[in-house]
Design a protein around this ligand. Structure first.
Ligand code: NAG
Ligand code: NAG
Ligand code: NAG
Length: 332
């Protein structure tokens, strides 16, 4: 209890310290940084006007219509009160200062890369994978023709009705393979047909990797028994022992397979931060990658009941409308 109140007063202290800088920009009596106190009891707004903790992990950043802090659609969606916390919406773009792209509260980056998908050509800076991944029970092969640009989307397809290994799957990666620290925001409609994994992730090797993944099969043993299909957030174990990975699930948008939402990873030294629609979901400080690598988007299946489940009966298409990346590069 003592250490909790200590850390809370630490937060307040920092807020008041930073308040004058903010005040210089735009002061209104409603400015949350000036007038609000971080909630001591998980309530917000209402008579006491407490503000939800913007850095609460897990959850707690949004003020619901009924004046409680939380981080799911019930809190951050319809009725969410922006005066007292975050609400679902697109992430705020970086600010360009000199030659740097500054992401508020995170850091600065030298590269700004935005991918959109008009026409039919893959934009410069992305490339299609064609490798085969050995896996069990099914291996899978990334097929060039299954990664297409059409209708305003990058479409990554796992065709339905596949029976034999290797299963045909789709993947694109950044051409850059020296990304070290980044804020990467992917706007996408996830694939509906049960039996694939939609991945948006950083990769150097199996022990230097962080992932946002969505398993469309509610029966997957990695999904909860309540039949939901949450987002899976993982920093893979740096020592190669799967039981040591840093992992959490968090509710996916109810309409994730029919409407576009923004999925984001921020990666800085010692920290990976997972966001959904601009709202912080989880912060991890263990198993954080330390070497440069590549960003990857894929849609794949391995027939494993513990992961993707049986390959889809009908086509599963992961549709990406936009990728915004702020990043630094490094040779080590
Ligand atoms: C990043 O690049 C995109 C596309 O070129 C541009 O629209 C956007 O304004 C840039 N962002 C910043 C912060 O300069
Ligand atoms: C991955 O790369 C890191 C950094 O080079 C290395 O220490 C680690 O052993 C590699 N892991 C595997 C599984 O190859
Ligand atoms: C993985 O870690 C667990 C828990 O720390 C340990 O019990 C197990 O022996 C480890 N497995 C290997 C192969 O080292």
């Amino acid at each position: 209890m003592q250490s909790l109140s200590k850390s809370l007063s630490g937060v307040l202290f920092c807020l008041f310290l930073s308040a004058p800088a903010v005040a210089a920009a735009a002061v209104t009596s409603d400015n949350p940084l000036i007038k609000r106190t971080i909630t001591p009891d998980n309530t917000c707004g209402g008579a006491k006007k407490y503000m939800c903790d913007p850095n609460a992990s897990p959850g707690g950043a949004c003020c619901s219509v009924s004046n409680y802090c939380g981080s799911t659609a019930d809190y951050c969606g319809s009725g969410c009160q922006p005066l007292y916390g975050s609400c679902f919406g697109p992430s705020v773009p970086a600010t360009k200062i000199g030659n740097l792209y500054v992401v508020a509260g995170l850091g600065s980056f030298t590269n700004n890369q935005t991918f959109t998908f008009s026409g039919s050509a893959l934009p410069d800076g992305l490339q299609i994978s064609t490798d085969t991944i050995k896996d069990t029970p099914d291996s899978y092969v990334h097929v060039k023709a299954l990664a297409t640009v059409a209708g305003g989307y990058l479409q990554l397809k796992v065709p339905g009705g596949q029976k034999k290994s290797p299963l045909q799957t789709a993947e694109v990666t950044t051409v850059a393979s020296n990304i070290k620290y980044a804020s990467v925001r992917t706007t996408a409609i996830l694939g509906a047909a049960a039996g694939t994994c939609n991945g948006m992730f950083f990769y150097f090797n199996d022990t230097q990797e962080m992932d946002i993944e969505f398993l469309s099969d509610p029966q997957s043993k990695s999904n909860p028994v309540d039949g939901s299909t949450p987002m899976h957030y993982t920093n893979q174990a740096v020592d190669g022992n799967r039981t040591h990975e840093t992992y959490a699930t968090w509710p996916s948008p109810a309409d994730a397979t029919s409407a576009a939402h923004e999925y984001r990873i921020d990666w800085i030294k010692g920290k990976t931060i997972y966001y959904l629609d601009g709202v912080l979901q989880k912060t991890f400080t263990t198993n954080v990658p330390t070497v440069p690598g590549t960003w990857i988007w894929n849609n794949w299946a391995n027939g494993d009941p513990g992961w993707t489940g049986n390959p889809p009966a009908t086509d599963n298409v992961f549709k990406i409308s936009k990728i915004v990346m702020y990043y630094n590069t490094s040779s080590t």
